[in-house]
Design a protein around this ligand. Structure first.
Ligand code: HEM
Length: 502
């Protein structure tokens, strides 16, 4: 690979076309006469522009601005009684990983130090294929039915008419959903602008499942605690950072790794048995809720370390394709509706963004052989399985499905229908209230003020709707936000839902 620092002999190499032809002229196009028009036979010039014209690929629909690095996951505690996943098979075992951090709403050129959720996407290259844990820096989400995801995207991105981000669209949508308050409280609080990607925790967020060697299932949630400590920026600090540096988080991650200051996170799991799940007061698969640590303690599993910057950003970071559907034996899905929605959406987005053969791009490629009957497609570059049999069933014994890996069945709980989640679980405010109660006085004050600043430009109806949610979580939360917005709590009618889907 060519290297500008003279680590190889790049400086002696000739400039060539993509077919390998040495190029005679790279600064003067060919013209008919000294001051005449260009010829059509300057094929190097045509190739150069044609390639340039196609250098852009679609950015990710969400999480477009991101930073990535390679690293290692090391098992520190035995959890083989819960999962047979090979990655966890013994203490001390190391697995290569690739991680991409991101903001959610901004485009590829957005500033890093913005108030937003952060993506925390991990790809573990295990001996049983890639396991992708595509999480965020928050343990919950704005809602729990994937039908709403395109609407969230529209509400937080640009307004179709003004082409500007719109606080009204954003808060109209959030405040219409009482279940969003938990995630909104985290986003408007101190964790809404992490000082850097190194200074935040990561969460798998969904409930997943572990299957052990006896084919027994437990439900599991993943947490990655930063060993750098949690640090955040206030709105004012972030504004000063953005004024000078739009790539503050990319810079921090890249430079830390270059300097050998490798960031680390401790991975832990919370476990819920199927019996506990059946008795759990809330829906254990509800992505707007956490499992309380005193009931479901954190069990340490291992350490994630990032220690190598990609040599080329586009190749490894922009073309990375994380997909919650990428799981391994011993780690399964759950009936969390949001997870179920994501199982389709990511691969579908990547087939569009990168192409049907995106899994062959080096950063996405499994470290183990993949054996299947998928063939052809644009940009096929892995030999396409040569002349081997390309259909199944066949008489050659290729390739055998591994029936022993079938997961234990579970009861879906009734007839097929469009069930309203709200009828199953309308406990919207308990966890937001508890989160608020845990905050120190200065944290609460920042929460009120961040919320009020963020809501500038929203209608009175939307403001009252949000204040009501806050009040129902904790009266002093509602009062504080009302005051910061220049309103009195007595102006908000707690019996009026103001159109929220409660
Ligand atoms: C990126 C869909 C919920 C975390 C994306 C992308 C899509 C998507 C289409 C772009 C994928 C690509 O082009 O490679 C959805 C849908 C959701 C959902 C339909 C809900 C139904 C979530 C949740 C989390 C999450 C709950 C975290 C817990 C991420 C992250 C990325 C991402 C981290 C960026 C991955 C990367 O760095 O490449 N999402 N998402 N999403 N999503 Fe989601």
């Amino acid at each position: 690979m060519a290297d500008r620092d003279g680590r190889d002999d790049s400086k002696k190499k000739p400039l060539t076309s993509i077919s390998g032809r040495p190029i005679a002229q790279n600064e003067n196009i060919q013209t008919a006469g000294k001051r005449g028009p260009a010829t059509l036979q300057d094929t190097w010039y045509l190739e150069k522009l044609a390639h340039f014209d196609r250098e852009v690929i679609p950015e990710r629909r969400m999480h477009a601005k991101g930073s990535g690095a390679f690293g290692t996951f090391t098992v520190t505690k035995d959890i083989t009684h819960w999962t047979k996943a090979n990655i966890f098979s013994e203490v001390g075992k190391k697995t290569e990983v690739f991680v991409r951090f991101s903001t959610v709403a901004g485009e590829r050129g957005a500033a890093d130090a913005e108030r937003d959720i952060r993506g925390f996407a991990m790809k573990y290259y295990t001996e049983e294929g890639n396991w992708d844990l595509v999480g965020n820096n928050t343990p919950v989400f704005f809602f729990r039915d994937p039908m709403l995801f395109p609407d969230l995207n529209h509400a937080v991105k640009r307004d179709p008419r003004t082409n500007m981000r719109s606080a009204q669209n954003n808060w109209d949508f959030w405040s219409a959903l009482p279940e969003a308050l938990h995630q909104v409280t985290i986003t408007m609080g101190d964790r809404g602008i992490p000082k850097s990607f190194r200074h935040m925790d990561g969460f798998g967020s969904h409930t997943y499942s572990f299957i052990n060697a006896k084919n027994e299932r437990v439900w599991v949630k993943f947490t990655l605690k930063t060993q750098q400590g949690i640090e955040f920026l206030t709105d004012a600090e972030a504004a000063a950072v953005v004024a000078n540096d739009r790539e503050s988080n990319q810079r921090d991650l890249f430079e830390s790794i270059e300097q050998g200051k490798f960031p680390r996170w401790t991975m832990s799991v919370q476990i819920m048995t199927e019996e506990q799940a059946a008795k759990h007061p809330d829906n254990p698969f509800d992505l707007t809720k956490v499992w309380y640590h005193d009931q479901y303690p954190l069990h340490e599993v291992g350490v994630l370390e990032l220690n190598r910057n990609p040599e080329n950003y586009f190749q490894d970071v922009e073309q990375a394709a994380f997909n919650p559907a990428n799981s391994v034996p011993g780690i399964g899905y759950s009936p969390d509706r949001m997870l179920q929605g994501r199982l389709f959406s990511y691969g579908d987005a990547q087939r569009y963004r990168l192409g049907v053969n995106h899994y062959q791009i080096p950063v996405n490629r499994s470290k183990v052989d993949t054996n299947h009957f998928h063939r052809d497609g644009a940009m096929r570059m892995d030999g396409n399985f040569g002349g081997s049999v390309h259909y199944s069933p066949n008489s050659y014994g290729m390739y055998k499905d591994q029936n022993a890996l079938t997961e234990p069945a579970y009861d879906g709980g009734g007839p097929v229908d469009h069930y309203d989640y709200r009828e199953d679980d309308d406990n919207y405010y308990e966890q937001s209230g508890k989160l608020f109660a845990l905050m120190k006085a200065d944290e609460k004050q920042r929460l009120f003020e961040n919320t009020a600043r963020n809501m500038q430009g929203t209608t009175l109806l939307v403001q009252k709707r949000h204040i009501r949610h806050c009040y129902l979580a904790d009266p002093s939360y509602g009062e504080g936000v009302a005051l910061a917005l220049g309103l009195s709590i007595s102006e908000v009618d707690m019996k009026d839902t103001y159109g929220a889907r409660g």
